[in-house]
Design a protein around this ligand. Sequence first.
Ligand SMILES: [Fe+2]
Length: 208
Amino acid sequence: MSTITSLFPTHIYRADKAGPDTLTAELEVAALSLSRDDIAGIKWCEKHGYNGYTSYASLNDLAWRIPVFQKLERILDRHALAFAKALHWDIKGGRPVCDSLWVNVLPEGGSHTGHIHPNSVISGTYYVKVPQGAGPIVYEDPRLARMMAAPPRKKNAPQEFQSHVSFRPAPGSMLMWESWLRHEVPLNRAEGERISVSFNYVIGNRES
Ligand SMILES: [Fe+2]
């Protein structure tokens, strides 16, 4: 008799309707106003060829500056703690603490190439506006670079065997993953803007 054991799972944590519609609507207004008024951020995007707007490099205190981001952060804190428990992390009385949180406004033709989020433990995105045809988020098998001569997977293989897996979340939903997991947002082919709030968590001791 033979058996196969699966080891080293890669978890994606998903919460649909993580925030009420009113919060998502407020976030949309705040994100669009930042994309018009954050001059330092707009200049950073121009300089670095970022097609669209991100507050990633210009504003590191959104939750302090604008109350709606603080409301969002409180919701995210609860999910990050639940995710840490699901991952069986031994965090010795600590808890996941939001280290950074930023807005992304991706217009038609915008994309975000494959990347990881260094120096954090949980990363994720809360979806604010996802027009019809907007790009999904695509996760890549973290072992891909080690596979060398491994054959490709069959197109109809179960999701957990695929080397790239797409999620297309609805507004109000949220995804979290471990920060080492490489992901990308392919070209936004929708006419409207794709708006999201991304974040990084570290392990800390702050009460929330
Ligand atoms: Fe990312």
